[in-house]
Design a protein around this ligand. Structure first.
Ligand code: GLA
Length: 505
């Protein structure tokens, strides 16, 4: 080989080196990491690298987002996606490094500024198929027979608001014990509902198994039933739940049978990753499928639809045998979230009735983010709305003040009234609002809500509520009769507080 030839060969090799040996992130990756609150973040990435340009998809359990700008520089890469919450849009920026067949990625959290460290490996074909499954067409629509349950709004407890992923068999048993001990059961709270994160893998026949936190679901339901309570569980129509656990996609009938065999009494069915397979217009068929499956088991199982009020669910929820359907996104334990939900319930009252209820989400009472007055407002208004009353706090360790809010018999009676009519807003100005709920026997429950940050005297005329005085007035929080009032009523409420009265001719 001549000198010249040798030199040009070396030059050619060096020129080829960067592309021949540089890392290429093209492909599907599965990534996990721990959020600062201890929960697991699970994402999939589908990358396509062309030179220094990076395109693809960031896939969370419930949604896919296209990469809007991405680049690769040597072993480092960065990219961003655009995420929308209601009317607000935010750019989420990721950065990472490739080291062999592993990616180390710094991932932003949509609602916090603390990034999560993710480690990603190449996804298996099965993982890819589970994340982006083939679409099973939703069935043709037909009415599912009503199951006859939830004649009044369901009452109980749910694990999510307080425990999120930190729920297990032992805690559920302790909650059931507590509900018997602390009067919750006697006040009417019967369902003990396990939310997301109980699911394990499927066996060779496709049967869902609980994960290690729930060693024996049948034994757990036997225990809960022995306390005179009922057990609820959670799944969804997609391949993954919102927390990234196994969903019921393609296994609806089998899962319903499994739940029935375990002795389950209540199913919350959460849309989540179904949104990656279906359009909102498919929702009715998708929810009907599980409605049929539950009906087919022959076991009475309350059916709770959770798809955040999309596709006007109130118009068809009852037709798929839904006993309750969420009308909103998730509640948070603060005044703005709670009152924001309340303000969006107007007009939905016509769709609620015995056996099928609007669900403005679970209670936050006792979780610590609101004052006692605010929690009394939360309780008063959820009762006026004939909302399902699912406590979301740690009932093993609960103050007398919180129990007095959750267990107030006269307030709970407004929710559980046999007329089954959801109340609605009659008056609203910047400082106060008045909600009214018709009750059996011609009485009405009236909530006067102080929306301002200072104590206020709140007044209402009977005629503004469509009522003819005089009216007998009773204060439901304090259990006191306030006499007969000719034209209206006025009462003092603390900041963010509510006066809840029952008025009868
Ligand atoms: C969704 C639901 C919540 C809860 C979580 C669990 O966000 O709306 O109520 O069930 O999923 O992952």
């Amino acid at each position: 080989m001549t000198k010249v030839l040798r030199r040009s060969l070396i030059v050619m090799l060096l020129a080829a080196a960067p592309s021949a040996f540089a890392a290429d992130v093209t492909g599907d990756w599965t990534a996990t990491g721990q959020r600062s609150n201890g929960s697991t973040m699970q994402l999939m990435f589908r990358f396509k690298q062309e030179g220094t340009r990076l395109t693809g998809i960031v896939s969370a359990p419930s949604f896919d987002l296209a990469i809007v700008s991405g680049q690769v520089t040597g072993n480092d890469f960065s990219f961003s996606v655009q995420v929308t919450f209601g009317e607000r849009s935010r750019t989420l920026s990721y950065s990472g490094t490739i080291a062999g067949d592993t990616l180390e990625i710094s991932a932003p959290q949509p609602r916090s500024n603390v990034p999560v460290h993710l480690t990603a490996r190449r996804a298996t074909a099965a993982e890819v198929a589970a994340n982006w499954p083939e679409r099973i067409p939703p069935p043709a629509l037909h009415p599912v027979p009503a199951n006859g349950l939830a004649r009044t709004p369901p009452m109980g407890w749910n694990s999510w608001n307080h425990f999120a992923g930190k729920i297990d068999d032992k805690t559920v048993r302790e909650i059931a014990d507590a509900m018997v001990r602390n009067g919750m059961k006697d006040a009417g709270y019967i369902y003990v509902n396990i939310d997301d994160t109980w699911q394990g893998t499927r066996d060779a026949q496709g049967n869902i198994r609980p994960n290690e936190k729930f060693p024996d679901m049948k034994a757990l339901s036997d225990y809960v039933h022995s306390k005179g309570l009922k057990l609820g569980i959670y799944s969804g129509p997609g391949t993954r739940t919102c927390a990234g656990f196994e969903g019921s996609y393609g296994h609806e009938t089998q899962d319903a049978r499994t739940y029935a065999s375990w002795g389950i009494d209540y199913l919350k069915y959460d849309w989540c990753s179904a949104g990656k397979i279906y359009q909102d217009a498919d929702m009715q068929g998708v929810y009907q499928k599980m409605g049929d499956a539950l009906h087919g088991t022959g076991r009475p199982i309350v059916y709770s639809l959770c798809q955040y009020g999309r596709d006007a669910v109130w118009e068809w929820g009852a037709a798929v045998s839904g006993n309750l359907w969420r009308t909103t996104g998730d509640i948070s334990d603060n005044w703005d979230s709670m009152i924001g939900i309340l303000m969006h319930q107007t007009g939905l009252e016509q769709w609620a009735g015995s056996g099928h209820w609007n669900d403005p989400d679970m209670l936050e009472i006792g979780n610590g983010g609101m004052s006692a007055d605010e929690y009394r407002t939360h309780m008063s208004l959820w009762c006026i709305l004939a909302a399902p009353l699912l406590a979301g706090n740690d009932l093993r360790d609960v103050s007398r003040e919180t129990l007095d809010i959750l267990e107030n018999r006269e307030v709970v009676a407004v929710d559980q009234d046999s007329l089954g009519q959801q109340g609605h807003r009659m008056v609203l100005d910047s400082a106060h609002g008045v909600w009214v709920k018709p009750l059996a026997g011609g009485a009405h429950a009236v909530a006067l809500v102080n929306l301002s940050d200072a104590p206020a005297t709140l007044a209402v005329h009977w005629k503004d509520l469509g009522l003819n005085g005089p009216m007998h007035v009773r204060d439901l929080w304090s259990h006191t009769d306030l006499g007969v009032q000719a034209d209206g009523f006025s009462g003092k409420a603390p900041a963010h507080g509510t006066v809840l009265i029952k008025v009868a001719p």
